[in-house]
Design a protein around this ligand. Structure first.
Ligand code: BG6
Length: 509
């Protein structure tokens, strides 16, 4: 219990577990990909680190008839822990119930199983936690069944539910979903997960910004020329094209992960680190952003690269049998957002994201304005503060320094905080591991609130409707490239200068 106690006491959240609390964590959709690759491995890591409450019992729930052993066999290849004793001890806390998602029978069985575990434990203080690792089609039926068959209403108990994106397709469908779910549960019981909020360097934004006086006076339109938030993946969507085609990159990554990052970069200092204070500030920033239009985006779709080194890279997006031959779905998007408040008016916030690109990288790049009257022969480049989210987590700042030696010329270099060099032997937890712990502890800070979600959809819905109607076609870009060439011009025209002379070491080839 010590590791958990230390976290509870060190965290902003109130300590909620005493030694006798009974916690039952149910994973619905237990036989699916998300459960086997992320949720069970995250629970096992928390268990191994002794962060999971020692009395915690886990239940897997899905339609297939499975034994716990079969569930374990599916998930074990994805576990960090390789030690057999740890794995078997973890799985000894897991049971399995099978049932459908839309009729009461399975949920009645699930409730009986939870009660059986609670009785064996004997505690009055009961926590029932439900993770919905399920497709959106069964989302409402499952919430309804949970509410009717498995929910507790007493002062001595707490029930909570995690839901996964997609949270609707646009403002109306998202509002419908939110209304259905808020009719069943109160806001304190709903945890909408955006796993980017659990990444180390995204969490770091708050402390970097509000814990360093150095940044306070420069974090505004007087000093900052442009902010670029980037997400790139070096692989395509082959095999999941069917799912991807109904969403596209804007719904898949930009409207959620990148917009959440934008909020943390741009929001005002919250009064405290309480969930409601932070989420209030995020909503305020979103309210200052006008909806996007077609001219605010550049779109791309990848095509096969005949020179590609892998079989996958020779295939274009539309070569996937799950994708219609005439699909206009974007696999790359670059958008410019404006935040019309005192701090940011006139500063472009560029978000760009793409599949099948030249590298894996997510980063936030804050580019500062030009140095006034460069007396060093025009050699001073713009300063950039880069928060590298993944891989190779780092914070570095591009700076101009004197070239070493007899010369008095300026040269571009960097202040560099690479996490794995500065903090040796760190084991950064997976985003899911951290967010599942927040969920267990009842900390909502890193989950998306209903009004925040509605604001995010308000910004993107007009654009998405036009794109759904085919109003703008994506431009081809080759698999493994930097994406759409026209995006560079778009970014330049927005106010960013691609003038740097120095490449950060981790990017050097
Ligand atoms: C998911 C998207 O939300 O995030 C995927 O649906 C994307 O398309 C993934 O690949 C990226 O997550 P990560 O943690 O691997 O950067």
């Amino acid at each position: 219990m010590e590791a958990l106690e230390a976290i509870q006491n060190g965290a902003a959240s109130k300590p909620i577990f005493s030694k006798d609390s009974c916690v039952v964590f149910t994973v619905l959709g237990a036989s699916g990909d998300l459960a086997k690759k992320k949720i069970f491995p995250s629970l096992c890591n928390l268990f191994e680190k002794k962060i999971l409450p020692p009395t915690c019992q886990i239940i897997g729930y899905a339609r297939s008839s499975l034994t716990t052993k079969q569930l374990a066999d599916k998930s074990n290849p994805f576990m960090k822990a390789k030690n057999k004793d740890v794995l078997s001890s973890f799985w000894s806390h897991v049971s399995y119930v099978s049932g459908t998602y839309d009729t009461p029978d399975g949920f009645i069985k699930l409730n009986e199983k939870i009660e059986e575990l609670e009785k064996a434990h004997g505690s009055e203080k009961r926590f029932r936690l439900f993770y919905l690792a399920l497709p959106p089609s069964v989302f409402i039926p499952v919430c309804t069944q949970l509410k009717h068959n498995c929910w507790l209403a007493s002062n001595n108990s707490e029930c909570r539910v995690i839901v996964e994106k997609p949270f609707g397709r646009d403002l109306d469908t998202s509002n419908e979903l939110s209304q259905a779910i808020t009719a069943l549960f109160n806001e304190m019981e709903i945890y909408r997960i955006d796993h980017y909020l659990g990444k180390e360097m995204v969490l770091n934004l708050m402390i970097l910004r509000f814990g360093n006086e150095l940044f306070r006076s420069v974090w505004n339109r007087e000093r900052i020329a442009c902010v670029v938030i980037t997400f790139k993946e070096p692989f395509g969507t082959y095999g999941r094209g069917g799912y991807f085609d109904t969403n596209g990159i804007v719904r898949d990554v930009m409207q959620n992960h990148l917009l959440q990052i934008l909020c943390l970069v741009a929001m005002e200092r919250p009064v405290s680190v309480d969930a409601s204070d932070i989420r209030d500030e995020k909503v305020k920033v979103l309210k200052f952003i006008k909806p996007l239009d077609l001219d605010d985006v550049v779109l791309g779709q990848y095509v096969g690269n005949p020179d590609g080194k892998t079989e996958d890279s020779k295939l274009g997006y539309r070569d996937d049998p799950g994708v219609p031959n005439d699909s206009k779905t974007a696999t790359y998007a670059c958008a410019k957002l404006q935040i019309d408040n005192d701090r940011w008016a006139g500063v472009p916030f560029i978000m760009k994201c793409g599949k099948a690109m030249n590298e894996r990288k997510a980063e936030i790049r804050i580019q500062f304005r030009d140095t006034p009257s460069d007396i060093f022969g025009g050699n001073c480049q713009r300063n950039e503060l880069v928060i590298r989210v993944q891989p190779n987590e780092a914070v570095y700042c591009k700076m101009n320094v004197k070239s070493p030696g007899m010369t008095f010329a300026a040269e571009e270099s960097e202040l560099n905080l690479t996490y794995h060099e500065r903090f040796e032997d760190i084991d950064l937890p997976d985003a899911y591991e951290r967010l599942i712990l927040d969920f267990i502890l009842g900390t909502q800070t890193n989950f998306v609130r209903t009004d925040e979600l509605a604001e995010a959809w308000r910004i993107f819905t007009p654009l998405l409707h036009k794109l759904d109607a085919g109003a703008k076609c994506p431009v081809d870009y080759p698999y493994g490239s930097r994406g759409v060439a026209a995006a560079d011009e778009f970014i330049r025209a927005s106010g960013f200068k691609f003038s740097g002379t120095y490449k950060w070491k981790a990017e050097k080839k």
